[in-house]
Design a protein around this ligand. Structure first.
Ligand code: PEP
Length: 250
């Protein structure tokens, strides 16, 4: 089955107004045919989302949020609802990034609520999962990822409204990438699990790899069966690198 690749950048807590130039260089540097062939997305910090959504209009570039609160509105100082992200122009929202799971003690149950909120606001949820180094070393990587997916997927998950990002925690921001065999094995296991949970309809969901993807390794990773694109952290901050990764998707 052919699935449209998704190349998604996660800017994390990086980016000021001056970085509009970098975003514009991404839009200008990606070929119209790449925008036709693939979905290309940048998730900037919330302070840049509205500006970026205006800049991206008509270009093919998509924008998204990095996280959201599960509630629609209310007394949650400092938080941002899915409705606010959609209102600012977001097409997608990342939930359950390992930095949220670790730094903010987010559980899969909370991540599921967030993902539900994303879907209720007509955006696509990118649900992140991944094992720690200790979990991989003890042979529990697949079990950990399986449990995370079962407990974090939104209730009404389909291949259209939901994307899984497999991001081994030990490969994020470290420069260390999982081996091609490890990535292939996990993505095959995830595809099988999606089939078990939701049949053909859910098994067609895109499964991204994330963890130190860069211009030099992107083509090899994207060529793996069952890898439908990437979630890119550090290398999504510079237009030159991000555009080269998009080009590597073919
Ligand atoms: C990420 O934060 O989702 C990520 C994959 O980061 P990096 O590409 O920097 O490893």
């Amino acid at each position: 089955m052919t699935r449209k690749m998704l190349i998604a950048g996660n800017w994390k807590m990086n980016g000021l107004q001056e970085n509009r130039t970098d975003f514009q260089n991404m839009i200008d540097g990606i070929s119209p045919s790449a925008f036709d062939l693939h979905d290309v997305l940048i998730c900037p910090p919330a302070t840049l989302l509205y500006t970026f959504s205006k800049m991206a209009k008509g270009s093919g570039m998509l924008v998204g949020g990095e996280d959201c609160h599960p509630a629609a509105s209310g007394a949650h100082t400092g938080d941002i609802s899915a409705a606010m992200l959609a209102d600012a122009g977001a097409d997608y929202c990342i939930v359950g990034h390992s930095e949220r799971r670790a730094d903010h003690k987010e559980t899969s149950a909370l991540i599921k609520e967030k993902a539900n909120a994303v879907l209720q606001n007509s955006m696509t949820a990118i649900v992140c999962v991944g094992e720690t180094l200790a979990e991989r070393k003890s042979g529990n990587a697949t079990e950990v990822v399986t449990q995370q997916i079962r407990a974090s997927l939104p209730t009404a998950a389909t291949a259209k409204n939901c994307v899984i990002a497999y991001e081994p925690v030990w490969a994020i921001g470290t420069g260390v990438t999982a081996t091609i065999d490890d990535i292939a094995e996990m993505h095959t296991a995830i595809r099988k699990l999606l089939h078990e949970i939701g049949g053909e309809a859910l098994a067609a969901a895109r499964v991204l790899y994330g963890g130190s993807v860069k211009p030099s390794n992107a083509a090899e990773i994207f060529a793996i069966d069952d890898v439908d694109g990437g979630l890119i952290g550090g290398a999504s901050l510079k237009a030159e690198d991000f555009n080269a990764i998009v080009a590597a998707a073919g």
